[in-house]
Design a protein around this ligand. Structure first.
Ligand code: ZN
Length: 252
């Protein structure tokens, strides 16, 4: 996983080799679209480890959207939202949909179709797993393209993003769709690296950030190209301690 990599720096060679070897199996079994218990667990424990909340009811989910904890997916030039009761997702997941949709349309000449966003636990589908991460808003479902070329493009693109350790995707058969969970911090960092700019600065209208497990003021400041002093004053923080779930205003 991407997060495990920095631990391998600046340590003796023998340890480094052992460390590199321990990373190999994860990379190898990560790049498959076949659903498995391992895959389900990887998504579920990522959500749990990062303090994500599993919304239980439609009203809880709507309230979260009103309070800015979720953003809305809307039909546009590059993707279409079809039959989705709650078109809300986490910011990083929308960023993923926007980027993938644009690439998909360029490659396939048609709009990508999103068939599911956040789904409250009370509305769990009969054939979905107990550990579904849809209630957290980190996952979306994509309709499987009818044409072979577009289907292959989507398959390969999802596999390569899995290889980067930024999403976990599975190909489902009834109904046919791709289920994709987006790992917010790794994905956002990945996009920042590609674009050379903080992804959220350009993509978050509200310019807010929800504190996750393991975050620090310094880290959040760096991720958004600002500094600790500005973050503190924008949020009237007296100390550097943060709470998981706390929403911070990110100064421009
Ligand atoms: Zn799904």
């Amino acid at each position: 996983m991407v997060n495990a990599m920095p631990r391998c720096h600046a340590i003796p060679l023998a340890v480094l080799l052992a460390c590199a070897a321990s990373l190999l199996p994860q990379t190898a079994h990560g790049q498959s679209l076949r659903g498995s218990t391992t895959s389900v667990n990887r998504m579920y424990y990522h959500a749990v480890d990062h303090g994500m909340y599993f919304y239980k009811t439609p009203s809880g989910l709507k309230k979260a959207a009103t309070e800015g904890r979720f953003v809305r997916l809307s039909t546009g030039t590059n993707y279409r939202v079809a039959g989705v009761s709650y078109p809300y997702v986490q910011e990083a997941t929308r960023l993923f949909v926007e980027r993938l949709g644009q690439q998909y349309r360029q490659a396939c000449g048609e709009r990508m179709v999103v068939t599911s966003g956040a789904r409250p636990q009370s509305m769990r589908l009969a054939n979905s797993v107990d550990k579904s991460v849809h209630p957290t808003g980190m996952a979306i479902d994509l309709r499987k393209p009818g044409g072979t070329r577009c289907r292959t493009w989507l398959r390969n693109t999802l596999l390569s993003l899995e290889g980067e350790g930024v999403v976990e995707a599975t190909e489902e058969y009834s109904p046919p769709h791709f289920h994709v969970a987006v790992f917010p911090t790794p994905y956002t960092r990945y996009v920042s690296r590609l674009d050379g700019a903080p992804a959220y600065a350009a993509n978050t209208p509200s310019n807010r950030y929800r504190v996750r497990s393991g975050d620090s003021l310094w880290g959040i400041a760096r991720q958004h190209s600002t500094n600790v002093e500005s973050l503190r004053s924008a949020n009237q923080l007296r100390s550097s301690s943060l709470k998981i779930g706390q929403v911070l205003v990110i100064p421009r």
